[in-house]
Design a protein around this ligand. Structure first.
Ligand code: UDP
Ligand code: MN
Length: 317
């Protein structure tokens, strides 16, 4: 009697185990799905409408695009390229920028982190920003991180590469280099939106002067009002020009240079590759209005910060 019971038990045992395993796998799948939808619902409606694409290569990219955006209007898209790096004021800078950019129609933010990977701070920030964005990263080699050396060369070039790989002749757009510490008026974006090839305008608080500007005669740029290196072919700051997307695409080799680059010559060396001074399109009332400021954020004083964390919670700043 006992032996019949044991034989039946051992025949049934594997089947019971299989059933338990199958049920377990199914509940796990369900809970993964539930966790995903929990986070999606927390991100809210805006985020759910977005399509997130991830690629991982030497530098990775996350693109988030509003599904309703592309066909909503025929306005050219403004692609603002922002290099950024981790420091105490980074989130404050990005917050100021996002608050401005959110008010600009047909806007696509290309944020390029100077880091080996996407940081959690910037990833979270962008996901919650409500903006259409592409998140890239590339680390500046240590040897280029010295005073006097041009900054953010690799980051701007990576963004240009992304545009060349992801946009085509069908796309209408204007490309602008928006550093994370400058101040941008909304009017600036409407000025640059009509850029046919390369447009220019004054920049406030730069070059040791209240402003720098292109000098315009009869609608043409004829020289530069600047207090610094006036002999540059294009004596203009990064914030002082925009380029039509098609010009970026049709000049695939135009890049910011490291080799042979002299300090302060980044803009001029880049513009030389894609245009001539006489072809520049003056904006902002023939370059007589300041709509962007080369502001610089004071280095923050963290002199009283404790060596080891004292607070009972960790707070992202
Ligand atoms: N930047 C960067 N890595 C660095 C230094 C600067 O990505 O090591 C970025 C910075 O966030 C900004 C841009 O490059 O968007 C220009 O830097 P910064 O404002 O310091 O230059 P400046 O205004 O003094 O020319
Ligand atoms: Mn700056």
């Amino acid at each position: 009697m006992k032996s019949i019971f044991y034989t039946r038990f051992f025949i049934l045992l594997p089947w019971i185990l299989i059933v338990i395993i199958v049920i377990d796998i199914d509940t796990k799948r369900l809970s993964v799905r539930n966790t995903a939808s929990f986070y999606l619902s927390r991100l809210g409606n805006v985020q759910q409408q977005r399509q997130v694409v991830r690629t991982t290569r030497s530098s990775s990219s996350t693109t988030s695009s509003s599904s309703s955006g592309s066909n909503a209007t025929s306005l050219p898209v403004i692609y603002a390229i922002t290099p950024t790096y981790s420091r105490a004021v980074q989130k404050a800078e990005l917050t100021r920028l996002a608050n401005t950019f959110r008010q600009v129609p047909q806007f696509h933010w290309i944020v390029v982190e100077d880091s080996n990977s996407h940081t959690e701070l910037v990833s979270r920030f962008l996901a919650r920003s409500g903006l259409r964005y592409t998140h890239l990263n590339v680390f500046t080699p240590r040897r280029f991180k010295r005073t006097g050396m041009p900054r953010a060369t690799e980051q701007r070039n990576l963004a240009l590469g992304w545009l060349r790989g992801h946009r085509s002749v069908k796309d209408k757009g204007v490309v602008f280099f928006a550093d994370d510490d400058n101040t941008y008026s909304l009017a600036l974006f409407e000025e640059m939106r009509s850029t046919r090839r390369v447009s220019v305008w004054p920049v406030g608080l730069v070059g040791g002067r209240r402003y720098e500007r292109p000098l315009v005669e009869e609608g043409k740029v004829v020289g530069w009002y600047t207090g610094w290196k006036a002999d540059r072919p294009f004596a203009i700051d990064m914030a002082g020009f925009a380029v039509n997307l098609q010009v970026i695409l049709s000049n695939p080799r135009a890049l910011f240079k490291r080799r042979g680059a002299k300090p302060g010559m980044q803009e001029s060396d880049f513009l030389k590759q894609i245009t001539k001074v006489e072809d520049l399109e003056p904006k902002a009332k023939n370059c007589t209005q300041v709509l962007v400021w080369h502001t610089r954020t004071e280095k923050v004083n963290l002199g009283n910060e404790p060596k080891r964390q004292q607070d009972s919670v960790y707070i992202e700043v």
